[in-house]
Design a protein around this ligand. Structure first.
Ligand SMILES: Nc1ncnc2c1ncn2[C@@H]1O[C@H](COP(=O)(O)OP(=O)(O)O)[C@@H](O)[C@H]1O
Ligand SMILES: [Mg+2]
Length: 319
């Protein structure tokens, strides 16, 4: 019998193509890999092909102990072209990707066959087309679940109107500084410029929660750490980030943050502890290349903090 899933993760698994070099990615895929390696394997609802990119995603998932059994089969895996430009990377996300075609019936069937995880993670990119949007809506309608949403806004994603609709009734909304400004702008609320102190109260945060229906908003401030706000607009926790001894890149830092947040919430740990761990793990992730670490032994101390048994997965870094 398979282990009960700890959460449902819905959305894109894709490859980032740096020329001919393919790297696994997609925020939900990264979060699902982290959760599995932490000993909280989720049910991953996604769609991918039986091609080179699909094999890379399946191999990567296996290294982290993530099952892709519920992944739907498409004719082609999703692929994002990454171009190096002065001052950073430009991501081209073409239309008509596998994650745009997640089917509702198969998604609900997979979730129904699993045990009853009460958390659901999703982002917004995979919600740009009606098919995948309908799949998520069907999943949410099929059972009571608390939704953890990482906005992870992308130009190629859905319109603000669609996003705001999909945020209705969620439990936790994770935003970066820039995304907070964006969402406040959509809602015509005043911006919140500086890093808050715990205990601080902001009417705009309360109105944001009221408008999207979230019980908590998490705002990550890059090197400034992160803060958690409740629905009354009160900053209930704040965690500064420790300096990164050897900065490699910040790719996937938000995904590392969300994974540890979700893991801590699944384990019902106190919010301030969960936030501090999420910030610390995300900052640690800036010390490895890309979103996922090469060595899963790195999760050991985090599993211990979460009160989970020693890792079942043993991975070796690729040669
Ligand atoms: N330059 C940095 N130094 C230390 N930690 C960082 C840095 N950039 C990101 N982080 C860590 O990653 C978390 C998420 O990063 P952030 O850039 O705010 O979100 P996102 O990746 O979603 O845009 C931060 O709260 C922090 O813990
Ligand atoms: Mg992000």
């Amino acid at each position: 019998m398979s282990e009960p899933a700890a959460a449902v993760v819905f959305g894109e698994a894709l490859v980032d193509a740096f020329g001919s070099v393919l790297l696994p990615g997609g925020a939900p895929f990264n979060v699902a890999c982290h959760l599995a390696a932490l000993g909280l394997p989720p049910l991953m609802i996604t769609r991918l092909g039986d091609d080179e990119a699909g094999r890379l995603l399946r191999d990567t998932a296996a290294r982290f102990g993530l099952s892709l059994q519920a992944a739907q089969l498409d004719k082609r895996s999703a692929r994002v072209e990454v171009r190096e430009r002065e001052g950073g990377h430009v991501f081209e996300i073409p239309a008509g990707q596998a994650f745009d075609r997640i089917e509702a019936a198969a998604a609900v069937q997979a979730a129904t066959a699993a045990t009853t995880p009460d958390w659901l993670y999703f982002g917004t990119l995979a919600l740009r087309e009606p098919a995948s949007r309908a799949a998520l809506a069907a999943l949410r309608a099929s059972r009571q679940q608390r939704a953890f949403v990482d906005l992870n806004w992308r130009q190629a994603g859905p319109s603000p109107q669609v996003i705001l609709e999909m945020l209705q009734g969620i439990e936790v909304l994770k935003l970066s500084d820039a995304e907070l400004d964006l969402v406040l702008g959509w809602l015509q609320l005043p911006s919140i410029p500086d890093v808050p102190a715990a205990g601080e109260q902001r009417a705009a945060m309360a109105r944001l929660c009221a408008r999207v229906g979230a019980r908590h908003v998490l705002v990550s401030h890059g090197a400034g750490g992160a803060a958690a706000w409740d629905a009354h607009g009160c900053c209930v926790a704040r965690a500064p980030a420790a300096p990164v001894p050897r900065m490699i890149d910040t790719v996937g830092a938000g995904d590392a943050f969300s994974a540890l947040m979700l893991a801590g919430l699944l384990r019902q740990r106190p919010l301030a502890t969960v936030l501090a761990d999420a910030v610390a793990f995300a900052s640690l992730s800036c010390g490895w290349r890309g979103a996922l670490p090469a060595d899963a032994a790195l999760y050991r101390p985090w599993r211990t903090r979460l009160g989970l048994a020693a890792p079942a997965v043993t991975t070796t870094p690729p040669a």
